[in-house]
Design a protein around this ligand. Structure first.
Ligand code: NAD
Length: 377
């Protein structure tokens, strides 16, 4: 199949590379010229285990290409995958301007049938809005062209993204035509050989499934963090409790580790986007609001423990941090709990020395010389 992926970030790049590896002719398009130049030379702009090798082998095999020419990306492929960012706006809602910008490009340059596949995480109703944008541009052009709008949320985890993409636990597809179903089945068949399911549903349900997944996982984390506080007071060990409940298959072992709370580019923004979207419909998501509050509190609580240890006086103290990315196996520092701790420490006059095997470069860009990045002392 001929596939174009819009956005060569964590999701777009991994998706493009994996589909190329499955034998598809894949073109990754991004507006960031530096990124595209780097990728064309076979260098990955992000750290993700196994990614750079796959980029290089697929470029070599002639199946993987990169471009800043968005028009070409629309014209050359039948399958157009949107994987641009949907970062949080100040009010917590999802910023959709990158999505609509790609929709406009598709409307302006498509020449025949296209499958328009939404892989970015978007609020319910966004696919319908993208359709409206494409339809209105096609109308202006006087072009009567068919296309299918398909929702196909991504569930990969940074750190194991390649594995997750090549062997997904499930694939969710929202669409309304048999043609789209057949196409998506063909696209994913090679990745679902082990029998994992492909769930077909309507567009709205598919869009909501992604938010439901992230909100549920964030809830598990906040629940354990809240429980850990009570454990501490009564003299119980949250680690033992975790083992004791995780082996119950109804609960499971994933996402029940207490710690500094969730961070990263997805959970915080997706939970707040869902809370915001529900509020606009008159629904108050009380559980998720508590999940967010618990998550914020957990970071401050940890910092307060450090402060208490030094009897409330951190001026001139030297504090070391190990681990800066939001989780192991990635260099992504978006909403990393480490940064909140660093900010609070610096604010109180402490000096900070920090180490991370992958994320030092990204952290350096944020803090420059305000903290010492070091492997030793
Ligand atoms: P990212 O910020 O890493 O990458 C987005 C890319 O899109 C950037 O390289 C940017 O230059 C590019 N871009 C912006 N406008 C463009 C345009 N008009 N045309 C082409 N490229 C354009 O984002 P990400 O982390 O890959 O996330 C992408 C989407 O996938 C988001 O909706 C996110 O919520 C979702 N998602 C992310 C993850 C994850 O672990 N990162 C997992 C599942 C889903």
């Amino acid at each position: 199949m001929k596939i174009s992926v819009f956005g060569a970030g964590y999701v777009g790049l991994v998706t493009g590379v994996c589909f190329a590896d499955m034998g598809n002719e894949t073109l990754c398009a991004d507006i960031d010229e530096n990124k595209v130049n780097q990728l064309t030379q076979g260098r990955s702009p992000i750290y993700e285990p196994g990614l750079e090798q796959l980029i290089q082998s697929n470029i070599k095999a002639g199946r993987l290409h990169f471009t800043t020419d968005l028009k070409r990306a629309v014209a050359e492929s039948d399958v157009l995958i949107l994987a641009v960012g949907t970062p949080p706006r100040e009010d917590g809602s999802a910023e959709l301007k990158y999505i609509f910008s790609v929709a406009e490009t598709i409307g302006a340059f498509m020449l025949g049938y296209r499958a328009v596949v939404m892989k970015s995480t978007v609020p319910v109703g966004t696919c319908a809005r993208v359709q409206a944008v494409i339809d209105s541009i096609l109308k202006q052009r006087g072009a009567k062209l068919e296309y299918d709008m398909i929702s196909n949320p991504e569930f990969l985890k940074e750190g194991t993204a390649i594995e997750d993409c090549l062997k997904p636990s499930r694939v969710v597809v929202g669409c309304h035509s048999e043609r789209a179903q057949k196409l998506m089945k063909r696209l994913y068949d090679p990745l679902l050989r082990s029998g994992n399911p492909l769930h077909f549903m309507d567009l709205f349900s598919s869009e909501m499934t992604k938010y439901a997944a992230n909100a549920m996982l964030a809830t598990k984390i906040s629940f354990m963090n809240e429980l850990s506080r009570v454990c501490e007071k009564v003299g119980a060990d949250i680690e033992s409790v975790r083992q004791g409940i995780g082996s119950d298959p109804r609960i499971g072992n994933s996402f029940i580790y207490s710690g500094l709370g969730y961070g990263g580019s997805c959970f915080p923004k997706d939970v707040s986007a869902l809370v915001h979207a529900a509020a606009t419909l008159g629904e108050d998501m009380k559980i998720l609001k508590a999940v967010e509050a618990t998550n914020q509190f957990q970071r401050e609580r940890f910092f307060n423990k450090i402060k208490q240890h030094f009897e409330g006086y951190l001026e001139g103290k030297k504090i070391a941090l190990w681990g800066l990315s939001f989780k192991p196996g990635t260099d992504d520092i978006r909403d990393a709990p480490s940064m909140k701790i660093i900010d609070l420490l610096l604010n109180e006059g402490a000096s900070v020395a920090a180490y991370d095997p992958e994320a030092m470069g990204n952290i350096k860009q944020v803090y420059n010389d305000k903290i010492k990045l070091t492997k030793t002392s």
